[in-house]
Ligand binder design. Structure first.
Ligand SMILES: Nc1ncnc2c1ncn2[C@@H]1O[C@H](COP(=O)(O)OP(=O)(O)OP(=O)(O)O)[C@@H](O)[C@H]1O
Ligand SMILES: [Mg+2]
Length: 496
């Protein structure tokens, strides 16, 4: 056992120094430490940090160990699909080994390290048993003082280990396991938060790595903003760190090759090093045509804008839906159509429209699977806009679940969604009234830049979203960008 040196002020300083923001997480960690200090024998809960890639979950876990002076072990559970990896093999087998938990403790050399279970949402199950089930015993404070590893054959006391888990999403964590942990959400960063992180943490770290002094690499705030906006599009800061690393490498070469003492990043050098800008500040889609609306989606890698297009054509009342939709979303579309039919007179739609027409609703980025109820408001709006021939205002985005009667219900992922709206150049966001308190999680800069409208029912949302000017006839057909979820091949599902 190592002795704990829990000095709360010290711990707070270490956490503050290493990581910007993440206030909710830091606070929870400090509470945890305070309780450990007051009651060293108590059974602590197991914290699980959940958030998009690159927001600092793993790195905060590491910092925590040094904050309280314990040893640190990290085990990545991604792709672990054999129960024996957790619990070890019986010694009758040739080449038997203890499981990763015991092996980790052996490596740490103490039985009370900080033990980071990284990527716990990527555990797999297979014919070799269910590693998630074996982890239940490890993570349950009621059971883990007699953890049994097949290799050891005697119970081992894990109760002094401080387990922390990380995950990108909670949905894929086995439910029994999720139940035993306390989930702490680590949200993604707004652009100006990234600027502070780059300035205070990422740049100094990279400069040091290439062996230069901090005053030898000069990157202005303007340049940092350019890098954040034009060369990265992500929820976290990992790509940003890579881009800064590339700049520092170039600086190292420049300083060693010439006699220059200082490398200052100029416009030309920026394009030289990072290439032409990859992303352009995404302008809100100019949806000046009835039937097109902008929604907001949540994905494991952050929020995203979600466009919905609808068209009508001569037919017999058939509704087609395309764009790789899940059942919940398809049902939202059915419900939307029913709502418009019920309220046809009040909306100014001919009541018998379905007798002569077919309706088609499409979600661009057809390759990305989409599901969830929160596109309800957007589908309702797109459909109403199509049938009333009033276009949707182009600076408005929305999210919310709608019931058949038109009541709007709260949805999740508000912070990510609103940040995506801000990135996308949206000015006004329509949110369910019951989500109002979620805005507290938003950074002040984002909150003041956007105009929020809270609605209880569909009628209010339509009032805000639909514009009264008749739609201009577009000269060039409006084409929607095929929005993929930022550059990964294994496209995660977008939940709207
Ligand atoms: N708030 C922050 N302050 C300072 N540095 C940060 C912050 N957030 C992230 N970083 C830095 O970003 C990099 C990526 O973070 P990290 O590897 O911890 O991400 P992660 O959340 O574990 O992502 P993943 O889900 O992909 O594992 C690290 O170098 C980390 O130090
Ligand atoms: Mg990680």
């Amino acid at each position: 056992m190592t002795e704990d040196h829990i000095d709360l002020e010290d711990a707070e300083r270490v956490l503050e120094e290493g990581h910007y923001g993440m206030n909710k997480v830091k606070r929870r960690v400090l509470e945890f430490l305070a309780i450990r200090k007051l009651n060293p024998e108590g059974k602590g809960p197991i914290l699980c940090l959940v958030g998009p890639p690159g927001v600092g979950k793993t790195s905060l876990g590491t910092a925590l160990a040094s904050a309280i002076g314990r040893k640190f072990v990290r085990v990545s559970l991604g792709g672990v699909r054999d129960e024996a990896e957790i619990r070890g093999h019986r010694r009758t087998y040739v080449g038997a080994l203890p499981g990763r938990v015991i092996a980790g403790l052996k490596k740490a050399g103490t039985r009370n390290p900080v033990f980071l279970l990284d990527e716990i949402d990527k555990l797999a199950t297979s014919l070799q048993g269910d590693p998630g089930a074996a982890l239940l015993e490890v993570l349950d404070p009621e059971q883990n003082h007699t953890f049994s590893d097949h290799y050891l054959e005697v119970p081992f006391d894990l109760s002094k280990v401080m387990f922390i888990a990380t995950a990108n999403q909670t949905e894929t964590i086995p439910p029994a396991l999720r139940d035993r942990m306390e989930i702490i959400e680590v949200p993604s960063y707004a652009p100006f938060e990234k600027l502070v992180i780059a300035r205070r943490h990422l740049l100094p770290k990279q400069v040091k790595l290439v062996g230069l002094r901090e005053d030898q690499v000069v990157v202005s705030d303007d340049m940092l903003v350019r890098i954040i906006e034009s060369y990265t599009r992500e929820a976290g800061v990992r790509k940003l760190e890579q881009q800064l690393a590339a700049i520092c490498r170039a600086a190292a070469l420049e300083v060693s090759r010439t006699d220059a003492e200082v490398f200052e990043l100029g416009e030309e050098a920026l394009i030289d090093i990072l290439g032409t800008p990859r992303y352009h500040p995404e302008l809100a889609m100019r949806t000046r045509r009835p039937g097109v609306a902008t929604g907001l989606a949540w994905t494991p890698v952050g929020g995203d804008l979600l466009f919905i297009e609808s068209t009508r054509m001569p037919g017999k009342g058939h509704l087609s839906l395309t764009g790789h939709l899940g059942d919940v979303m398809k049902e939202s579309a059915q419900a939307a159509l029913a709502y418009v039919r019920t309220h046809a007179r009040e909306l100014g739609v001919p009541e018998d429209f379905l007798e002569r027409e077919d309706i088609h609703i499409h979600f661009p980025a057809g390759g990305v699977p989409k599901d969830g109820p929160s596109a309800g408001v957007t589908i309702f709006t797109a459909l109403t806009s199509l049938l009333t021939e009033r276009p949707v205002r182009n600076d408005v985005a929305m999210t919310g679940e709608v019931t058949l009667r038109g009541d709007i219900l709260p949805v999740g992922g508000i912070k990510e969604k609103v940040l995506a709206a801000h990135r996308g150049g949206i000015h006004r966001v329509i949110l369910p009234a019951q989500n109002e308190h979620d805005l507290r999680d938003l950074p002040e800069g984002t909150r003041s830049a956007l105009d929020f409208v809270f609605v209880h029912e569909m009628r209010e949302a339509l009032e805000v979203a639909l514009s009264d000017e008749p739609a201009p006839v577009p000269e060039v057909p409006v084409s929607l960008p095929d929005k993929g979820v930022s550059g990964s091949d294994s496209t995660p599902q977008a939940n709207a």
